[in-house]
Design a protein. Structure first.
Length: 415
């Protein structure tokens, strides 16, 4: 833990007098900035109000920083010009909403804490924490009324509430400026999608769009499926057709079809045109079914094998598509015309010998629904038979999809 004398707060820095080498006052500190591409935690620039304009002072032009003032070691100062590569503490951070990735919540920044360190005989400030609690509000309220020392004595009675800088994700709506400020979504992508969805639902329209624009497609797809269904179409509408297509390609075809059904037909077709042909074809097949039927609910990502297949053959197929194992509950056996013959629960393969015919492990009786079956009947079947998966066939008894227990839970949750 840093010693108190090594810590400075943004509220203490603002308004400090800045002195030249002869001790003359040249202005007051108005803001300070990181330049993340140079150093992600060190304050690189100090912006000083002097007359009608501002001066920009580099960190290595400063000799000392205390609550009594800032003293320079170099007087070669330049006028301040807006720089998109700067993250300014007052303009870009103070009073702004950020995401606390450790606490998994959206918070507002009340103050910023810096650690003062001596480097080469100079005082250098590194951002340590953002302050979000009552203590930081008290500091701001008492600023200019009590001395910094008196405020520090008062705040000792109040518990600190802050977030370490490495757990903060700054929200920036402009994708180009995110790149310039080196703002990454890596912390967000490591969060559980359900936790991040809770945060996203409280963001403004621009911040939501920026988040989905800059996250990797797989993480964005996982997040989108967790967001309130009423918000999902609005999010997709806010993105370009190419970006929307990238995200929908990572979703289950049934989920992508449901979402596209909520859009205007012209917009839906525009996104489908940007999708990979195979992905677009799977989604378009599902768009033909009504939302309130098994066909509109099912996924086409099932595994089917010839009814003569063995356990060893099934294991070979599964090894080639390990990603699908997370959501796979059963393997389906079909005849030469793709007619559904049997369902084999995946768990039964684990202890079976490789030469065991899959038909020996099949569930009995075989349960299935047709693509026009109503949703309430499907929910009844999952409840009555404790199902994990239910195959869907067309009017020729050909296997066309599968409904999983996750699909049913999502349906009931959104009902």
């Amino acid at each position: 833990m840093a010693e108190e004398e090594d810590v400075l707060y943004l509220t203490e820095l603002l308004g400090l007098q800045v002195y030249d080498l002869k001790g003359r006052n040249i202005g007051t500190l108005r803001d300070a900035a990181l330049v993340p591409l140079i150093d992600p935690v060190r304050l690189d620039r100090f912006l000083v109000g002097a007359g009608p304009g501002w001066l920009s002072i580099r960190y290595d032009q400063i000799k000392s920083i205390t609550t009594e003032g800032i003293h320079l070691k170099d007087e070669r100062l330049t006028p301040y010009h807006s720089d998109e590569y700067m993250m300014r503490m007052v303009r870009d951070l103070l009073d702004q909403q950020i995401i606390d990735t450790e606490g998994r919540k959206l918070v507002r920044v009340n103050d910023v804490t810096f650690l003062k360190e001596c480097e080469g005989g100079l005082d250098v400030l590194h951002i340590l924490e953002v302050d979000i609690g009552i203590r930081s509000i008290v500091r701001r309220l008492l600023r200019g009324i009590l001395s910094p020392a008196a405020i520090r004595r008062v705040q000792k009675r109040i518990p600190a509430h802050s977030i370490r800088w490495e757990f903060c994700n700054v929200l920036e709506a402009d994708p180009q400026r995110r790149v310039r400020l080196n703002i990454s979504n890596k912390l967000l992508e490591d969060m559980h999608p359900a936790d991040l969805a809770d945060i996203v639902e409280h963001l403004g329209h621009e911040d939501r769009a920026a988040l989905f624009q800059t996250m990797d497609s797989e993480s964005a797809a996982e997040l989108l499926t967790e967001v309130d269904p009423e918000l999902q179409p609005r999010i997709i509408e806010s993105l370009g057709a190419d970006r929307a297509a990238e995200i929908l390609e990572e979703m289950e075809p049934s989920e992508a079809a449901d979402l596209l059904n909520e859009l205007e037909e012209e917009r839906s077709e525009e996104i489908l045109e940007e999708m990979e042909p195979q992905d677009a074809e799977e989604v378009e097949e599902l768009l033909e079914f009504r939302d309130d039927t098994a066909g509109g609910m099912m996924d086409t990502g099932y595994v089917s094998l010839p009814k003569e297949a063995s356990v060893a053959q099934a294991m070979e197929v599964l090894k080639k598509d390990e990603e699908s194992l997370e959501s796979l509950h059963s393997i389906f056996l079909v005849d030469g015309d793709n007619h559904l013959c049997h369902e084999v629960p995946l768990a039964r393969l684990i202890f079976a010998a490789g030469d065991t015919p899959l038909t020996d492990l099949a569930s009995d009786p075989l349960l299935f629904v047709t693509s026009d079956e109503k949703l309430d009947r499907i929910a009844e079947m999952f409840d009555k038979y404790n199902l994990l998966a239910l195959p869907v066939v067309d009017d020729r008894n050909e296997l066309v999809g599968v409904i999983t227990v996750d699909d049913v839970v999502a349906m009931l949750r959104n009902a």
